[in-house]
Each structure stands twice: as structure tokens, then as C-alpha cells.
Design a protein around this ligand. Structure first.
Ligand code: FUB
Length: 443
């Protein structure tokens, strides 16, 4: 039974959206020196209030494109000393690696009057998924609607910053410190119907600038090409048709010999400000044109991991180890872990389950797994750790109340050692809970 539980952490085929436990948008994908692919998205906070409350960037990584590791939170608005006093508005970010350091770029307003005071903030770390410290913002760029930074580093190690919104896309060279600019910023010429979401990559000597257009209701992702990183650009058309969501935002990256398009949709929530990140392969013509991406829900096989996976010690706590529960029935069910589950875990029943003495390992950084079945499209529970609210977590349709195939996971900080209290409170939908696990993320 334990193997059945663990197989959910090691799936064979892709699913879109590929991050389902929390809502994420605006994925910026990069391959770093350890050979893994990392995605830096923004985080739609549930319940949403437009895009106002967006905060708390999490990073995700993979070695096989199918099994994703939530690397945890790297920054939130309360870490930004120059930021908007009431926070929120941590919109589409990007990350760059240069001379041994990781630079995380994010748009954030400095004043309550948010749309007039956008700045491009920078946080720096020696590691790709932790230790980021705010180091101010890029002087001389930003202003009204100026969002969505993307950094491209050319083969000669010269870095370029792109950003924009409100119909204007701009680009500028960055100095070696990756925080100050060189020369005047330039308006990107030749784009058609630019809206937002700049991203630049290079393939076979051609520079590509991708962005979202103003297509009414649901944006397209479009692109333009050039033989110079700052243009002028030749508009080439759409490579990602509307995803159904009222915004569109993507990145394009090569990983282990295949090019991939990352984007977001609202397939999970059907709410335009509770978005979820997706990927699909992208192909090019012999002339270097981007073919329109086929948007899938599932089915791309996992790549061989080739020793690139990262796993820590794992401890499982079946429902029999819960120290308290209420508002749900403990029932014997053949397929459940240890043949026990908590049935009818729902808001209507005021259901709560508590696990005490949960291991935070050496540093308290753990990936919490929740194993469940649900007949509902999108069930949710509230996670409290040591009495504090942490997040609302999604549990998506698994087939039926006894199809024990559901797995939600979320990386967080708790206390080191074995004295943590995890509380799950039903928030919507009807769930059969079978176990939780913690994985040591202290490395
Ligand atoms: O996620 C907030 C904003 O919505 C982004 O900055 C835009 O690109 C759009 O996706």
C-alpha cells in the first residue's frame, strides 16, 4: 500500500496544469547548472481580489518534466523594504544566473497608487531556490504600467532587461552587477499589438521576443524575431492561442534537446485570477518560425531522470496516527493507505484533522504531502502549522470518494525536530483523507 501511495509522487505522464495544489501564473522557465529545469511563476492568492493580493513567490523544479518539486517560498512583499505599504502586487517575475549568483527580478509598486509606481525589484542569492535578499530596484526604469521583467543573457555574457505594459515594451543592457543599466532604455520596435509579458530567447542565432497581445477577452501569445537582442523586431504572429484565461503570459526554453512553451490557464478554477501553470512542447519550422503550440491536458511521457532527481527522507503519517479529528468518519476502505480513511471530510461537517509530533527534520524546511480521494472537481482545505494559517490548498478530482489517487503537496517552513502540529480544516468539497507525509527539504 505504501508503494501505491508513493507512486503518486512519481508519475509517468504529464498533466496540465502541472502545479495544482496552489494557484500559479506567469511561468519563467530556466535550466540551471545542476541540469534541472526551474520555473519561477507568480502566485495567485486564493481567494483572489483581482490580481491585488498576489504575493509569496514559490519556485518549482523538475528533472523529468512530469514530477515537479515545490522548492518553497523565496520572497514575499513584506521582505521588500521599498515596497507598497500594504503589499500584494508581486506580479510576473524572472530569474537570471550570472557569475555565480542568482538574480530574481519582480515588478512591484512602491506606493499605494500601484499602477503609477511600478519598479523592477531585484533580490540576490547564491542558490536558485532559497536565500534571496532584496537589494533594491533598478534605477531609471519602471513607472506607469511598467511590469513583467525578463532578463536574457547572450552568448557573450551580456545581460539585457526587457519589461513593459500599457502598449509599450522596452529593453536595456544591464551592467555586470545585474542591477544597474548601461545606456538609454529603448522602445522595442516592430512588435504588433503589444500588451505585456516580454520574454527573450535565442535559437540558432535568431533572437525571439515573445509577448501577449490585446486580443479582446483572451490574449494570444505572439512573437517577433531579430538578429539583434534589442531589435528592431519582425512580427511573426501567434504561437499560443488563447488558453481561456483573460490574461496570457509565457516563456520558452530548451531542456534536454526539446523546446518547451510554458503558459498559464484557468482550467482548474475557471476564474481568471486563479490561474495555473502549464507546459507543452513547441516545434520550429526549418526557417526558425515557431509552430502554434498544441495545448494538452495530459499524456507526455516523463523523461529519464538521469540521476538529476532530488529526494529527501520521507515520513508518512496514516490517518491512524492523527491525534484528533472531528466532523468526518473513520472508515475501513480496502484501497486506502493502512486500509483506513477519513470519509466525508467537508466544510458542511466542520471537519478538522490534527497530526502532532510531525517531523520538521534538521532545518524545518519540508514538503508536506496530502493523500486523498475526492469526487469533486476542486476541493480545498486550510493548512495551519503550529497554530498559524499557512495557505489554502487544492485537492483535485481523483475519480470518486474512494479512488485513492489524489496527491497535493506544498513546501513550507516549520520548526526543526519532531514537535510540529499540522491541522487540516475542510474548506470546500468532500474528501476522503488517507495520509500525510513530510519530506526533508533541508538540502
Ligand atoms: O499576474 C499578474 C499580471 O497578469 C502579470 O504581470 C501579467 O503579465 C498578467 O499575466
Amino acid at each position: 500500500m505504501e508503494n501505491k501511495l508513493l507512486s503518486r509522487r512519481n508519475r509517468k505522464y504529464s498533466q496540465n496544469p502541472f502545479i495544482q495544489t496552489i494557484f500559479t501564473a506567469d511561468p519563467s522557465a530556466h535550466v540551471w547548472e545542476d541540469g534541472r529545469l526551474y520555473v519561477y511563476p507568480s502566485h495567485d492568492i486564493d481567494p483572489a481580489r483581482g490580481c491585488d493580493l498576489m504575493d509569496q513567490y514559490h519556485v518549482f523544479s523538475t528533472s523529468d518534466m512530469v514530477n515537479w518539486r515545490d522548492e518553497g517560498e523565496i520572497l514575499r512583499s513584506s521582505d521588500i523594504e521599498w515596497g507598497r505599504p500594504s503589499g500584494g502586487f508581486m506580479w510576473a517575475p524572472d530569474c537570471a544566473y550570472h557569475n555565480g549568483k542568482y538574480y530574481f527580478y519582480f515588478p512591484h509598486p512602491s506606493e499605494e497608487k500601484w499602477n503609477d509606481s511600478w519598479k523592477i525589484g531585484v533580490a540576490i542569492s547564491d542558490k536558485p531556490t532559497s536565500g534571496f535578499k532584496s537589494c533594491g530596484f533598478i534605477e531609471g526604469v519602471g513607472g506607469h504600467a511598467m511590469i513583467d521583467p525578463a532578463v536574457f543573457i547572450d552568448d557573450d555574457n551580456q545581460a539585457y532587461l526587457y519589461y513593459g505594459g500599457g502598449k509599450k515594451a522596452r529593453g536595456v543592457k544591464l551592467s555586470d552587477d545585474m542591477v544597474t543599466t548601461i545606456g538609454e532604455e529603448q522602445e522595442m520596435q516592430g512588435l504588433h499589438d503589444f500588451h505585456e509579458a516580454t520574454w527573450v530567447f535565442k535559437r540558432e542565432g535568431i533572437y525571439y521576443l515573445t509577448y501577449s497581445d490585446n486580443h479582446h477577452g483572451n490574449n494570444n501569445l505572439c512573437y517577433a524575431t531579430s538578429d539583434h537582442p534589442l531589435g528592431p523586431w519582425n512580427y511573426q504572429g501567434t504561437y499560443l492561442e488563447p488558453t481561456g484565461c483573460e490574461t496570457s503570459h509565457g516563456s520558452v526554453v530548451e531542456y534536454r534537446g526539446q523546446w518547451y512553451a510554458f503558459y498559464h490557464s484557468d482550467d482548474l478554477s475557471h476564474a481568471g485570477t486563479l490561474r495555473s501553470i502549464c507546459w507543452d512542447p513547441i516545434e520550429f519550422t526549418e526557417d526558425g518560425l515557431m509552430k502554434v503550440v498544441v495545448q494538452t491536458r495530459n499524456g507526455h511521457p516523463a523523461l529519464e531522470t538521469n540521476g538529476l532527481e532530488k529526494n529527501g527522507d520521507l515520513t508518512i503519517y496514516g490517518i491512524n496516527k492523527a491525534s484528533e479529528f472531528k466532523g468526518a468518519e473513520k472508515v475501513e476502505q480496502a484501497d486506502a493507505y493502512e486500509k483506513t480513511c477519513l470519509k466525508n471530510f467537508s466544510k458542511e461537517n466542520n471537519s478538522v484533522v490534527v497530526f502532532d509530533e510531525v517531523d520538521g527534520f534538521k532545518t524545518g524546511k519540508v514538503n508536506l504531502g496530502i493523500y486523498y480521494a475526492t469526487p469533486d472537481k476542486l476541493a480545498k482545505c486550510i493548512l495551519l502549522v503550529n497554530g498559524e494559517y499557512v495557505s489554502l490548498l487544492n485537492m483535485v478530482f481523483s475519480g470518486s470518494w474512494r479512488t485513492f489517487d489524489g496527491y497535493a503537496n506544498f513546501t513550507l517552513l516549520m520548526e526543526p525536530g519532531k514537535n510540529n502540529r499540522i491541522e487540516l480544516i475542510a474548506s470546500s468539497g468532500n474528501v476522503s483523507l488517507e495520509a500525510i507525509s513530510v519530506e526533508d527539504y533541508s538540502f
